[in-house]
Design a protein around this ligand. Structure first.
Ligand SMILES: C[S@@+](CC[C@H](N)C(=O)[O-])C[C@H]1O[C@@H](n2cnc3c(N)ncnc32)[C@H](O)[C@@H]1O
Ligand SMILES: Nc1nc2[nH]cc(C(=O)O)c2c(=O)[nH]1
Ligand code: SF4
Ligand SMILES: [Mg+2]
Length: 193
């Protein structure tokens, strides 16, 4: 759907330069999704792997984030193989609703109530990033934290429009449950993609 070189705004890798590839197609249907234009799978032009990898390597950064849409609706094995061949690190942003494909240096799973994550994807996560939209999301976060591996990093990220209301609760939650960390969509404050 789009590709851009920017700063990873969220989660564990916040602040690091990364090339983003946003793949079209998602059927999870989050009411608060901030890229609804990514949902239709056929609305976005196709690109060859060669062209995609060439575009990445025109920039000095070698961290590549595959996002969407829901990127795991596609077989990502060819894309991650080509990126690794070009010397890139592969990072994914996924809801976990579809089986993993591809080989990954960093897996961020952000599970959604609208379509449950697969246990196999949760088990492979390096990072669990729960979006806090209302109070019930804290208990829901704990349910998913029980399904990830022991080394998985735990993040709570406010849903953008609800952040003014939810941030005080989120801060108190992390102070009382320090296994969790706060993640903010810092690119939105920086006004970058
Ligand atoms: C647009 S999604 C694409 C990747 C994948 N479909 C997913 O949901 O993880 C990228 C990240 O943005 C988060 N996100 C989407 N809309 C948001 C919003 N309104 N506020 C905060 N985070 C949001 C998602 O939870 C996910 O972690
Ligand atoms: N800067 C920046 N960081 C991000 N981290 C995850 C994003 C996403 O939409 O997947 C995203 C994004 O859209 N922009
Ligand atoms: S799973 Fe991701 S892309 Fe799909 S609707 Fe939810 S936030 Fe948007
Ligand atoms: Mg985004």
């Amino acid at each position: 759907m789009e590709q851009f070189y920017t700063i990873q705004g969220e989660g564990f890798n916040t602040g690091r330069a990364a090339y983003f590839i946003r793949l079209g197609g998602c059927d999870v249907g989050c009411v608060w999704c901030d890229v609804k234009e990514s949902w239709p799978v056929d609305a976005h032009p196709r690109q060859s792997l060669t062209r995609l990898v060439d575009a990445v390597t025109e920039h000095p950064g070698r961290n590549v984030v595959i996002t969407g849409g829901e990127p795991l609706m596609h077989d990502l094995a060819p894309l991650t193989a080509a990126l690794h061949h070009a010397g890139c690190q592969t990072w994914i942003e996924t809801s976990g609703a579809y089986p993993l494909s591809g080989t990954w240096d960093w897996i961020c799973v952000s599970p959604k109530k609208f379509k449950a994550p697969l246990p196999s994807v949760l088990a492979a996560a390096h990072e669990l990033k729960i979006i806090i939209f209302n109070k019930s999301d804290f208990a829901w976060a704990e349910q998913h934290a029980a399904l990830v591996g022991p080394a998985c990093r735990l993040y709570l990220q406010p849903e953008w429009s609800k952040a003014p209301d939810m941030m005080p609760l989120l801060v108190e939650y992390v102070k009382n449950n320090p296994q969790w960390q706060v993640s903010l969509q810092t690119h939105k404050f920086l006004d970058i993609p």
